[in-house]
Design a protein around this ligand. Sequence first.
Ligand SMILES: [Zn+2]
Length: 249
Amino acid sequence: MTYQIFEFTKVSPASGDDGMDGHVADDREQRSERVLEPIRMRSLREHIHDELRQAIISGRLKTGAKLNERQLAADLGTSTSPLKEALRQLEAEGLVRTEPRRGSYVTFSPRQAEEMTLARAALESIIARQAAKHAPDAAFARLRAVVDKMRAVLETGSVEQLIALNEQFHDTIHEASGCDYLRRLQNAQRTYDHAARITVLSSEDVRRASFHEHEAIMEAIVARNEDEAERLMRQHIMDAGKTHIELVF
Ligand SMILES: [Zn+2]
């Protein structure tokens, strides 16, 4: 992700105060010690960012809700500095709007969720088509193995395990497809997908339906049926998106 690169380039030994929480480097020695610090800062900010994004995408923070910086910082047990940074990131993602002197508001809407679903459906369905067309036979065994694990976890495992396998299933298809360009595009909205998935898979009915959809997608890919793999994947993503919107708004 680009902000990671930004974070590291910002902290060359020659740079001055990075403006974060008053960590000012006074001399050369301190500066060399500071090399590790931005990782901690970044992960704290990332943590706040993830927490807020999850709250917004799951609907715990509703559209129009005012994000009181002091209150949120107190809830999270942090200073406002990494929080402000996280809010800026959320704003870049279109989930939050900040107005001068008025503060920050949640702007996530059904229209936006629909758009993200359509984008994901478009990318995932083409990736599935390419997987059916180009995947090496060895990839089929890996895909089948993930589905087998999902079947077992559906009966006896935790929701967290199922979410992880769910992501592994889609990752395995991405890898099998050999699509570099499409995967880069897909990665850009990966965090949204993850947050939406947690919400959608909280329902047991959805977990079962979703398993059967995955199984059918796997069969279509293994049969090298490109049209069917594309169609089933599109349907799968659209259904999940619809469920997400119903649950959140
Ligand atoms: Zn899925």
